[in-house]
Design a protein. Structure first.
Length: 191
């Protein structure tokens, strides 16, 4: 019932019985959800994985984008993205489709985006800029070596945590690319 999660304001506990078993292979996963951030293509929920006692972020793609991608294509591309194992790429824990919406689960990163940092500081110290650029380039080189191209690298998709960077949103970028790059505008918005 992700549509219900999408509309709720207060944190609620949802058990795996609320997710269609035919679409999801979640055995005994439980989350407490609270809306966290609404973006152009998705809403991110801060959640607690009650099974593993950890904070996670659940990114739910908006209905229009979910319809454009389709569950089979999205889940196939997310599977490829989930295989990327690199210290500067945000890992994916799980993905699914429910009620016509597509979503994936990733670690919660207690930090900020590079965009937030640039808005706050306007100019990074040279050492920080070099470290972030080097780490991001290392992550992108790793992904490219496995045939995965991000296609939407920008300060909003670079997370800063503990003095290091993590590249996020490989899943959406790859799914969009494979779904029909010709239907994507230069700003990566579906037409």
């Amino acid at each position: 019932m992700l549509g219900q999660w999408h509309r709720r304001r207060n944190a609620r506990e949802y058990h795996d019985s609320h997710l269609p078993e035919r679409d999801c292979r979640w055995s005994a996963l439980h989350y407490v959800l609270a809306p966290h951030l609404r973006a152009r293509r998705a809403t991110v929920y801060l959640a607690e994985d009650l099974k593993h006692h950890r904070k996670v972020a659940i990114k739910v793609l908006h209905a229009e984008l979910s319809a454009m991608l389709g569950p089979e294509r999205f889940l196939n591309e997310i599977e490829l993205t989930a295989s990327l194992q690199h210290q500067h790429i945000l890992p994916l824990f799980d993905s699914c489709s429910a009620d016509g919406l597509l979503y994936y689960v990733m670690p919660y990163v207690d930090g900020e985006t590079l965009r937030d940092r640039l808005n706050r500081d306007e100019q990074l110290p040279v050492a920080d800029a070099v470290r972030i650029a080097s780490e991001a380039a290392d992550a992108l080189e790793y992904a490219h070596g496995r045939g995965v191209i991000h296609r939407d690298i920008k300060p909003e998709n670079i997370l800063l945590h503990g003095g290091h960077c993590l590249i996020a949103d490989f899943g959406i970028a790859l799914a969009l690319q494979r779904a029909g790059g010709a239907r994507i505008t230069p700003n990566r918005v579906p037409r």
